[in-house]
Design a protein around this ligand. Sequence first.
Ligand code: NAD
Length: 366
Amino acid sequence: MKLNVGVIGGDGIGPEVVAEAKKVLDCIGARYGHTFLYDEILMGGCSIDATGEPLTDEAIAAAKASDAVLMGSIGGNTSTSPWYQLPPEKRPEAGLLKLRKSLNLFANLRPAYLYKELREACPLREDIIGDGFDMMIMRELTGGLYFGERKTEEVDGVVTATDTLTYSEEEIRRIAIRGFDIAMKRRKKVTSVDKANVLDSSRLWRKVVEEVAADYPEVTYEHMLVDNCAMQLVKDPKQFDVILTENMFGDILSDEASMVTGSIGMLSSASLNETKFGLYEPSGGSAPDIAGKGIANPIATILSAAMMLRYSFDLDQEADAIEQAVQKVLEDGYRTIDIMPTEDKRATVTQVGTKEMGDLICERIQ
Ligand code: NAD
């Protein structure tokens, strides 16, 4: 296959980690007979420096013209960078929000997977971790409370703030379909999370999810209240496969789920629209504190590239090959600084930098 990948290196460690993901994709291309054509797109602080805007219309057009976009991260040190002296709509993050909106990326996927080699980074008890866990948080990204009407006004002399939580059947249906489709590629279980004992929007959510579930007889599904889900994530995370939920619940639960896996440097993510198109990026930020030092962990970005192969290009075997290579490199004892074990266990592993980690993963692609 010939695949056009828009590439947003961005700021800070972004270009460093994206370079390693491209290296791994090229390795996959050579091994499996695909050609990846990269179109470099400016966004974030580097775009502000070059054009005065965090995201230009040309950059949006270039992203739309590609089959999928692989991104590093954007932004700088929010206390010291001159980018944060600009008005909010001119700052780096405004570029990302504009891109997500322009591309209608309504489905956000964040896997939370615990590698057995990184068990000690997990804050949960050994008996709870058991054989580890592997779940996918599927969060609605363009509706709900964060996009509803809001206002702050004085009512009878008292300042009162209002946010509205609105979901249409269509918005729920399209994310539910995505959730069940993804469950079909995994262990075929969906936990739909809502607050149907209180909220109308959640009752509609539940009804539509049930309608969608009827089209997926192979997938088992259940409903869970969000407060219970927050507890279950730390009590028994093994029970989850796909967690399907609305915007604000997903925002909170995905951070909780990622926390139990350990390092931010390991966490990939994808944002999808109605087509096969997606934006793939590590969950972490641009880490200005370590930028340019060659020590950033590229694995989250490499795993994001694997998600791109799986969800935008249906190249499951190739995605498996990357995930297995990452697994192997950890088994072989290689670690970047952020996933180094505690002092007493350091002798058992080898610390490597960003480029070396990319090379070691390439060597293990089968
Ligand atoms: P951050 O995720 O960049 O960094 C938090 C901590 O994690 C830092 O100590 C950093 O060194 C470490 N870290 C992050 N990624 C790492 C990696 N791959 N390898 C090793 N260590 C890693 O969060 P922050 O410091 O709050 O934000 C820095 C900038 O990133 C801000 O401008 C913020 O707005 C931006 N940001 C961008 C995105 C995005 O592009 N999607 C997401 C979050 C934050």
